[in-house]
Write a protein that binds this ligand. Structure first.
Ligand code: GMT
Length: 376
């Protein structure tokens, strides 16, 4: 099949999932055309069956705000028409689903049928999407999509709860892509960041308020007081400045490492003992799954779709949002020498339920069914 993949090219989970899905489909022989405004961070270099179409944004003095959605829709029309695509798959409803709908209507007027799949990722529904200024467009576009998927049961339920959605939503969880391990490199990096006997806690996010990175620091302060540890923070965003300030207040500057944005987080995760994800809301928690896949247990909040990924007492622990005492207690429990290895093994085992081999065919089935119908 020839698939157009529309996504945000950034470090955010929806962009990562869309990019990794496209790469996996291309490796299976499908032709994948990425359509977005800059090269997706996880795309990597020259690969078979992968094409990238950049949406250029016109800067004209009249436009106080550039009309990205319009240019994206035009680019979709162009790519579908001239690359003869079979299907469009858009990740994140805003504004990708409405741009896809517009492209579909334009192509229809030219006698071309193109189905589109919308994958809901989280904040498009739970935060941004609930803003009344977006709601009518989101509801309409979800209902107009030829298929809709959500990354967790929790997100599916929230969508039905908060929008007038009448379409069937299929849950297709996020997945992990197996990575080559380099044990020497991991050992070397671990020694670089932690002395003998020290533990490493880790957090990866876009440092938005919803991630509660300040809770990560407070949990870490409690753990470090009992067991000398280091905290590695990966990512960047609006809360970073505040977090740096809290580190100074808590006197933790020599214990906390802010790495900033890292393209391939799995190598950082590999040196960690516990992953912290205390989010306010989280439709899935891809970062937690990626940690589990390299054998790192997760201490998280119990919000949204996280309990579908992190199993309490097995791959880590769940606590109420904001309960930093419980999260610290759970982290210390995992770090007990008699527990750590079991949690690491179980985390890896639990992540295998989300392996690419299981998830990829679910998307392929949806595409095939829609393409069959549109070719009739
Ligand atoms: O975490 C974010 O805020 C980024 C956002 C995105 O769309 O890039 O992540 C959402 O999608 C991820 C991939 O499906 C999920 O793993 C995250 O849980 C979800 N984030 C939230 O719901 C806050």
């Amino acid at each position: 099949m020839k698939i157009g993949m529309v996504l945000y090219p950034t470090f955010g989970g929806s962009g990562v999932v869309g990019t990794e899905l496209g790469k996996a489909l291309a490796a299976k022989g499908h032709e994948v055309h990425f359509i977005t405004y800059s090269q997706p961070v996880r795309l990597g270099s020259f690969r078979e069956n992968i094409y990238y179409h950049e949406v250029s944004i016109t800067d004209y003095p009249l436009f106080e705000y550039q009309p990205y959605e319009t240019q994206l829709a035009s680019k979709m029309v162009d790519v579908v028409k001239y690359e003869k695509l079979d299907i469009l798959h858009v990740h994140y409803a805003i504004p990708h689903a409405s741009a896809a709908f517009m492209a579909q209507q334009i192509l229809k007027s030219q006698g071309i049928n193109i189905p589109f799949v919308t994958t809901l990722h989280g904040t498009d529904i739970t935060l941004v999407g609930r803003d009344p200024s977006f709601e009518p467009v989101i509801t309409f576009c979800i209902n107009q999509s030829d298929a809709v998927t959500a990354v967790s049961e929790s997100l599916k339920n929230s969508t039905y709860e908060h929008f007038g959605v009448t379409r069937e939503i299929t849950v297709i969880p996020n997945f992990v892509v197996p990575m080559e391990r380099n044990r020497d490199f991991t050992e070397h990096m671990r020694r670089k960041y932690a002395c003998d006997g020290e533990y490493i806690l880790c957090h990866v996010s876009n440092f938005r308020k919803v991630k509660r990175v300040d809770d990560v620091l407070r949990v870490f302060a409690k753990v470090n007081a009992e067991k000398p540890s280091k905290l590695i923070l990966v990512g960047d965003g609006p809360e970073r400045y505040n977090c740096e300030r809290i580190c100074r207040e808590l006197n933790l500057c020599d214990r906390v490492i802010f790495l900033g944005k890292v393209r391939d987080t799995s190598h950082v995760l590999e040196i960690a003992d516990v992953f912290l994800l205390p989010s306010e809301t989280e439709s899935f928690g891809l970062a937690a799954l990626e940690a589990m896949a390299v054998g790192v247990p997760v201490v998280s909040s119990n919000t949204g779709g996280i309990p579908e990924v992190n199993i309490h007492g097995i791959s880590g622990f769940l606590s109420n949002v904001g309960d930093v005492d419980d999260m610290a207690k759970n982290s210390l429990d995992i770090l007990k020498p008699e527990n750590l290895n079991n949690f690491k093994l179980n985390a890896r085992k639990q992540s295998s339920a989300f392996s690419l081999d299981i998830i990829l065919p679910m998307y392929e089935e949806i595409y095939l069914n829609l393409v069959k119908v549109s070719n009739k």
